[in-house]
Design a protein around this ligand. Structure first.
Ligand code: HAM
Length: 450
């Protein structure tokens, strides 16, 4: 029988990568929380209709990338390909629309799209996203974009570039679509099959097709910003002014359109120059003032983004970031027969002063226990041999310099703290040289040696 393997495009996250991963999530929660974006958790499975209507039936995501199945009751369900539609649904279902507006929310979690797997594109991937619902003012757009940028910058993302555009709304877009069709119509037979199909349903997507055959016809295409109605133009100008006031560098990208149908007005992406090709977008978002109505709720504006955690991690690795392996502070070896319980008591005392402690297990030789201690990476090892137990003592070994001494059990905590403090000092100095440096601390804040 062959061993069972994981599903194509769905990856395990293993240590030490998970240490960086957890740091990125903590940083996201911290930055979002400081700006009043509270956490929301919505189900991973939703009614298929939520995405068909929300994301749009003509999008790649809905047309070919959804994991859809029938549940027992003949109801069509889908693994969420994104979370904005779910958050808007939950905002109304949970009565958040009744309180003060805007409601600011953030989420971190897995999304599912059955796309062709490649570097930076997976079938299960993780997003950090935020949604500010119930306010149409342009300062919300600025606040949301700033948060996305701050997370990437603080994480140490290499070579990031903010791309901003406005794609208008239901007032100005219908006329613009016609202008666009008039531009592309004469060239359609030379363009790719996707563009020919999108020409009717969503001609804006012709602007960002990546196929070389289509490039020559995109060059002279009319840009959405040139066809905005007055309210959309004023909104766009205010967003750009707000970004400038914050000192955020950005590029106005007239060809930026997003792959999901719900966007109105502001559309933005943040790219990393270190990630090539179609996967260079670390994240993106924009305004979706028509989404709530499309889902059958009261007309309510919204603005948000989602950043790909997998892609940020990939960009950090390519820029030389190395994961700090998780390691305990103390490794306890209950060597003497019957000392396992005593070892657990000592470990409990060490953990009380927040020294992360791991116990060696099994009846093994000292050499074998020491090999496990080295592999754990703990800077301090505590050995409970026959002699030590008899004398009410333990041997404490400093793994950095090999020095060891016998200490009474009541002095053990202080001895372990001293060794751990020295090791932390060295580690912090090493971390200073790393990408993403202080922001990506893999563990809980450390105490000073005491
Ligand atoms: P999106 O552009 O479809 O937007 O996805 C946002 C980010 O998720 C992408 O830029 C990328 O980093 C990551 N991502 C998407 N697909 C994959 C994949 N197959 N593998 C790895 N990473 C991926 C949205 O999802 C919108 N809900 C964003 C939003 C929130 N707009 C308003 N609010």
């Amino acid at each position: 029988m062959s061993p069972i393997r994981s599903v194509t495009g769905m990856n395990d996250l293993l240590p030490p990568a998970t240490t960086t991963w957890s740091s990125l999530e903590r940083l996201a929660e911290d930055l979002a929380g400081r700006r009043g974006y509270w956490r929301i958790v919505t189900p991973i499975v939703e009614s298929t209709e939520l995405f068909a209507r929300g994301v749009g039936a003509g999008t790649d995501v809905v047309e070919k990338e959804m994991y859809t199945f029938e549940d027992g009751g003949g109801h069509s369900l889908t693994l969420r390909p994104e979370a904005t539609a779910s958050v808007v649904r939950a905002y109304f279902e949970g009565g958040l629309h009744d309180g003060p507006q805007p409601v600011r929310l953030h989420y971190i979690g897995p999304m599912f799209r059955r796309d062709r797997p490649q570097a930076g594109r997976y079938r299960q991937f993780f997003q950090f996203g935020v949604e500010a619902i119930g306010e149409s003012a342009p300062e919300v757009d600025v606040e949301v974009i700033e948060l996305a940028y701050a997370w990437l910058r603080k994480a140490g993302a290499p070579g990031i570039s903010l791309q901003v555009n406005s794609i208008g709304d239901e007032v100005c877009r219908p006329a613009y679509r016609e202008v666009l069709r008039a531009h592309f119509r004469p060239h359609l037979d030379q363009m790719c099959a996707d563009c020919r199909r999108r020409f009717e349903v969503n001609p804006l997507r012709l602007l960002d097709c990546k196929k070389p055959a289509c490039a020559p016809f995109q060059a002279g295409a009319p840009a959405p910003v040139e066809h905005l109605c007055e309210p959309c133009r004023v909104h766009h100008e205010a967003v750009l002014a707000g970004l400038r006031a914050l000192g955020l560098e950005f590029q106005q990208n007239p060809r930026l359109v997003r792959g999901l149908d719900y966007y109105t007005r502001t559309a933005f992406e943040i790219w990393s120059v270190d990630l090539e090709g179609a996967q260079n977008a670390l994240g993106g978002g924009g305004r979706y003032d028509g989404l709530a109505k499309e889902l059958g709720f009261a007309d309510t504006p919204g603005m948000g983004f989602a950043m790909g955690i997998d892609r940020l991690y990939l960009a950090l690795r390519r820029a030389g970031h190395s994961d700090l392996p998780p390691r305990p502070d103390v490794f306890v070896i209950p060597l003497a027969a019957g000392s396992a319980i005593a070892g657990q008591g000592i470990a409990a005392r060490l953990r009380e002063v927040e020294l992360d402690t791991v116990l060696s297990t099994g009846a093994r030789s000292l050499r074998s226990h020491m090999r496990a201690a080295e592999r754990s990476g703990a800077p301090c090892v505590v050995i409970l041999g026959e002699d030590e137990i008899a004398a009410g003592e333990a041997t404490v070994k400093n793994m950095a310099d090999g020095g060891q001494s016998r200490v009474r059990l009541d002095a053990l905590v202080a001895a372990a703290q001293a060794i751990q403090g020295q090791a932390d000092h060295v580690r912090q100095a090493q971390r200073g040289a790393d990408v993403g440096a202080e922001e990506l601390d893999p563990g809980t804040p450390r105490r000073k040696a005491g």
